[in-house]
Design a protein around this ligand. Structure first.
Ligand code: ADE
Length: 246
């Protein structure tokens, strides 16, 4: 699987690329490549964006610059590229990323391309004509698409064979098909008792079937009720301090 990222800040990915699970993925033959649209623009001053028609704040990534970048990287018209490759624009208004979408992206035979927006985002024609997907990692606005692209790269790469060590598995984890979309069950390790807080007996029982059933039930409960920590013993946050110092 090839994960390509078009970003004005490729150096952000240097740290990410050096993380152990990403190094594992790369050693297993997967690729994480970054490209800077500024290297493809022919506008003076390496310009990639412009002011919005109709006025308004911020700058918008130009469609001609993105076209040149995609053509330069893939050697074909990006309108054709998207007929055989997932080209994903990261944007807060997109389809909110979930495990089902991650599975779809991870199943792409050749690879995926992630376009990072900056400033006010993309000229709409980039989305309309060059992209297969617009994806959001949540309904809030990041300063740019880089962190979102890293999230997408991370959740896709860790699904691929060779990325996680065999001691860690993406099969039975939160939101997976194996847990029918529910969050994962609680985990415990030694010590079996700490400050009187005991690990549930069933997990120490050695009865695999009972453990499996207990885990499935806890997972289902979390799916129904969500994972809410009981903070009844903690003072609820009061009204904002009028002095503004808190
Ligand atoms: N770019 C800015 N905010 C974003 C978000 N929430 N998801 C994806 N891309 C973004």
């Amino acid at each position: 699987m090839q994960v390509d990222v078009l970003t004005l800040f490729p150096e952000w990915f240097d740290w990410y690329r050096d993380q152990r699970h990403v190094r594992n993925a790369l050693a297993a033959g997967h690729e994480l490549r970054t490209f800077n649209p500024r290297d493809h623009t022919v506008l003076s001053g390496r310009q990639v964006d412009d002011t919005p028609f109709g006025g308004g704040a911020g700058m918008v990534l130009r469609v001609d610059v993105m076209e040149r970048a995609l053509r330069g990287i893939y050697g074909e018209d990006p309108v054709d590229l998207r007929t055989h490759r997932r080209v994903v624009a990261l944007t807060p208004g997109g389809r909110v990323l979930d495990d089902a979408l991650v599975d779809e992206l991870a199943a792409e035979p050749d690879g995926i391309t992630l376009l990072c927006g900056r400033y006010e985002g993309f000229d709409e024609r980039i989305l309309e004509h060059f992209c297969t997907d617009a994806v959001s990692i949540g309904q809030y606005v990041l300063a740019g698409g880089e962190l979102a692209a890293m999230v997408v790269a991370d959740v896709v790469l860790r699904k691929l064979p060779g990325t996680l060590g065999h001691e860690d598995s993406a099969v039975e984890e939160s939101f997976s098909a194996a847990l029918e979309g529910d969050p994962e069950y609680p985990h415990y390790t030694r010590p079996a008792k700490h400050r009187g807080w005991a690990v549930p007996d069933v997990l120490l029982s050695g009865h695999h079937e009972q453990i499996r059933r207990w885990r499935r039930e806890r997972s289902r409960e979390r799916g129904d009720a969500g994972l809410r920590l009981d903070r009844a013993d903690v003072a609820p946050p009061g009204p904002p301090d009028p002095s503004g110092e808190r």
